[in-house]
Ligand binder design. Structure first.
Ligand code: PMP
Length: 364
């Protein structure tokens, strides 16, 4: 009806159609106010309701315990690479990083400037094709915290079981798999994620932080970069990304309607199974992550055997003509990548597999 296509973009990414329709319906006149959410004061009663409802939905959906605060900030997940060490580093206690890809590399780039750090595991020699087991880690008992990326959007790997870090708080960048599965929030000291993949439209960053960690921050840190500032002001210290928070609220409502994370997780597992099975059983394509336990259910990376780039380019172009967009691999790794975020339907994956089989028949 709208001429929409199946959207496999890695982020910003596909949103539920019902969310887009609701946003359209409320665009010109939000609940009788005569203005759109984009035009209203962030101090208005209507917007306060929007942000409070969004926060309450996050708490319900992820079962966030009472000793955690939930924030909607700006600056993307990238700002969190700097803000986390500025707030949580304790002098003389190097941050432990489990280095699994391009996004932990970015985090290390900021850590270098702010704190001491050490690598509890380095995935670079293996070209980031593997997620370590507990036995492979060299964790320091005395670390300020341990940093991980739960899902590596670019290489297509994902943690199944999170590392046990004892008393040391675990900090996770969950930008590309937040709310894709059930997780136990109490395992983490801090979780952050840009909302633009599974939770909403670009512009807002979700932060979930254990309350006792907030006081680690030194007064010398800029006020706007302290979590306690935003906690005190309930994410309204300054003008927040109002529209992104509004869209997030609609997506969160959609997640609850689907039956929450246990229902969403089952569908995500099924989608990933269909696609990996199709790739593994093909003699035309291969999955770039061989270790099945390390494979991401959100970002499936694959290539055409022989790594024929010209053929891969043609694949991407023909897929687009067939209503399947966003399948080009990240520029740093090449190949193909299908991102299967929450709002991408099982039908979308089945249609992709049909196209892949046709393409293989014609070009194999
Ligand atoms: N971490 C991960 C895992 C990501 O996938 C991304 C973006 N793709 C980022 C961090 C950076 O997020 P942002 O662009 O919101 O700063």
């Amino acid at each position: 009806m709208y001429g929409r296509v199946y959207n496999f973009n890695p982020g910003p990414a596909v949103l539920p159609e019902s969310v887009l329709e609701k946003a359209r319906d409320e665009m010109m006149n939000y609940k009788g106010t005569g203005i759109s959410v984009m035009e209203m004061s962030h101090r208005s009663k209507e917007f306060e309701e929007i942000i409070q409802n969004a926060e309450a939905s996050v708490r319900r959906i992820m079962n966030v315990p009472d000793n955690y605060d939930i924030l909607f900030l700006q600056g993307g997940a990238s700002l969190q690479f700097a803000m986390v060490p500025m707030n949580l580093y304790i002098d003389g206690k190097p941050v432990d990083v489990i280095h699994t890809g391009a996004w932990t590399k970015k985090a290390i780039g900021e850590l270098k400037r702010i704190t001491q750090y050490s690598l509890a595991w380095d995935g670079e020699p293996l070209k980031f094709s593997h997620i370590p087991t507990q036995e492979e880690l060299k964790l320091e008992k005395n670390a300020s915290y341990v940093h991980i990326c739960s899902n590596n959007t670019i290489f297509g790997t994902q943690w199944r079981e999170f590392p046990a870090t004892g008393e040391v708080p675990l900090v996770a960048d969950m930008s590309s798999d937040i709310m894709s599965r059930v997780i136990d929030v109490s395992l983490f000291g801090l979780i952050f994620a840009g909302v633009q993949k599974n939770v909403g439209s670009a512009g807002a960053t979700l932060v979930i932080i254990r309350k006792d960690l907030v006081d680690r921050c030194k007064d010398s840190v800029s006020v706007i970069l302290q979590y306690k500032t935003h906690i005190k002001e309930k994410s309204l210290y300054h003008t927040p990304p109002c529209y992104a928070i509004y869209i997030s609220g609609l997506v969160l409502g959609w997640i609850e309607k689907q039956g929450g994370l246990s229902a969403i997780e089952k569908i995500n597992e099924e989608k990933a199974r269909i696609l990996y099975d199709a790739i593994d059983s093909s003699d035309f394509y291969y999955a770039t992550i061989k270790d099945k336990e390390s494979r991401s259910r959100m970002n499936v990376n694959y290539r055409i055997k022989g790594n024929n780039e010209e053929l891969e380019d043609r694949f991407v172009k023909e897929a687009k003509k067939n209503g399947l967009v966003g399948l080009k691999g990240h520029r740093s790794v090449g190949g193909l990548r299908a991102s299967l975020y929450n709002a991408l339907s099982i039908d979308g994956v089945k249609t992709l597999v049909e196209f892949m089989n046709e393409f293989a028949k014609k070009n194999g």
